[in-house]
Design a protein around this ligand. Structure first.
Ligand SMILES: CC(C)(COP(=O)(O)OP(=O)(O)OC[C@H]1O[C@@H](n2cnc3c(N)ncnc32)[C@H](O)[C@@H]1OP(=O)(O)O)[C@@H](O)C(=O)NCCC(=O)NCCS
Length: 175
């Protein structure tokens, strides 16, 4: 499988995107653990246990986790869940992580596109990110390029380990 990247620079081969299975957890947890312990991009407890992470990242339907996999190795993942319950459940929420060794290859962009399609097919009307750290400039730019707008920024809502207090963006797009 391959795809053309966003810049039309040619064919990127090597990884596929598919729904995660139980067997993927072994490859997924080190990525989630690294991102969580770094404490730079998520509002998760930095000492979150593997069990808590697994409960979060293996959501019940209609939630789903997609993985990017290359030769059996998990490169990254996207989690799509309802952002609210009940009468707010038609808005999806998305979370994305790519392992440090696989970054800069377009994995997150393709996971983003796949997550949008997955959410659309599942019947969600829109997708919302509740807490995009404003210092995470590459992620913010990526989401904007995928059609998300910053609806608001909650000031000083995130205590970044090196930047100190920074804002959290609420980002949104219709599907
Ligand atoms: C943010 C993250 C998901 C990006 O994953 P990735 O697979 O490296 O991203 P991609 O390779 O698809 O790159 C997407 C775009 O961002 C740019 N980019 C990403 N990381 C970059 C970096 N460190 N320096 C410069 N540009 C970067 C790419 O150039 C690309 O732009 P383009 O498509 O216009 O060329 C990844 O760094 C990560 O998991 N970070 C920790 C968790 C996190 O921040 N998740 C998102 C929370 S909102």
């Amino acid at each position: 499988m391959g795809h053309r990247n966003g810049l039309g620079e040619g064919l990127i081969t090597g990884f596929d995107i598919r729904p995660a299975t139980d067997d993927d957890w072994l490859g997924l947890w080190p990525i989630i653990e690294t991102v969580t312990r770094a404490g730079e991009t998520y509002t998760y407890p930095r000492d979150m246990t593997e069990a808590a992470a697994r409960a979060m990242w293996t959501p019940p339907a209609p939630g789903v986790t997609l993985v990017a996999v290359e030769e059996g190795l998990v490169l990254g993942a996207a989690k799509i869940v309802p952002n609210q319950q009940g009468n707010g459940a038609h808005v999806a929420n998305g979370s994305f992580m790519v392992g440090p060794a696989a970054r800069g290859r377009g994995v997150a962009r393709r996971l983003g596109e796949a997550a949008l399609e997955q959410a659309r097919v599942a019947g969600f009307r829109s997708m919302q990110f509740n807490a995009v750290v404003e210092a995470n400039i590459h992620a913010v730019a990526l989401w904007k390029s995928l059609g998300f707008d910053i609806l608001a920024t909650v000031p000083e809502a995130f205590d970044h380990p090196t930047h100190g207090l920074v804002g959290l963006h609420v980002m949104y797009r219709r599907l």
